[in-house]
Design a protein around this ligand. Sequence first.
Ligand code: ATP
Ligand code: MG
Length: 327
Amino acid sequence: MTDDRLWVEKYRPKSVSEIVGNAEAKTTFINWLEKGKKRKKKAVLLYGPAGVGKTALVNAASNQFGFTIIEMNASDKRTEKAINKVGKPATSYVSLDRFSVESKGNILFLDEVDGVFGQQDRGGIGAIVKIVKESLVPVVMAANDSDLKKLKPLKRICLLIRFYPVRIPLIITMLRKICLKENIEAEFEALERIACNSRGDMRSAINDLQSATAGKEILRLQDTILLKSRNKDVGMYDLLRGVFSAESVGEAATLINQSKIDYDEFLLSVSDNLPLRYTDPVDLAVAYNIVSRADVFRGRVGTENWRLLKYFFNLLAVALAVSPKSF
Ligand SMILES: Nc1ncnc2c1ncn2[C@@H]1O[C@H](COP(=O)(O)OP(=O)(O)OP(=O)(O)O)[C@@H](O)[C@H]1O
Ligand SMILES: [Mg+2]
């Protein structure tokens, strides 16, 4: 049977030692975890760029040190109600089989909390502070945002642990290991190029390696030439230009996914620009139909289900690729 898993899943670190880089952040987090009741602060916030191992560290470390992770969505109203019960498994709505008798304790994990930072209508960062204060168990949070001003209210109640991009040589080493396991012979320059292009984002590097080697046993430098440079901060104008000149759904989706634009504004801008892309009225109608579905997803994402954003991104990307003629 062929294994068509994403390599980022297949090679997800199972123990702390498999997470490379950010040694200081790792040590600080593990020390905090191991301190138990002697912890000075009840909560930690791991923050830093995407794809560097924040979520991976929380999962690997709690698994390795025997803590039970209870993952909840910070922006979900139910979380507030549930947190008080997390410390008392018998009454919690979280299913009982997730609590282990041998567990050293439960830990509340609110991943990707930056989704709520700007959402003043939902209490924004204040809601998070409240969750931390009311929680009966230690709280671990992770965020991409490195805007210290926004994080300030958390500083008093949280141990802030900063993550940095993973260093290029460490990424190259990881890519080499994966190639070895996948029986792929890779030119050093090819791996170096993928690693440099990732700008310290291990997830993108592994994803790029997987797509550059698809169906190949040998990876040469020339196979990596088509990698798009990863631009961390794409503004609305560049993003629109990028997605409207993308040559595949995948490319458009990646661009949208990487940008930090206002999603509602982006949706409107895409709608406004569709008539420029599609001259055929049938294509245009199909594209508008898809955009309206994307809009429905945007509604469902709201401020609660950030995980649904990827469907929003993908639908918009599909709307831009209705007709190959238009590329
Ligand atoms: N430091 C690392 N060492 C080994 N693998 C890593 C590392 N960082 C990321 N990865 C790989 O990338 C995948 C995604 O990493 P992870 O989810 O931990 O990123 P993250 O920092 O939480 O990013 P985000 O801010 O986008 O949530 C992991 O499953 C793993 O395969
Ligand atoms: Mg994460």
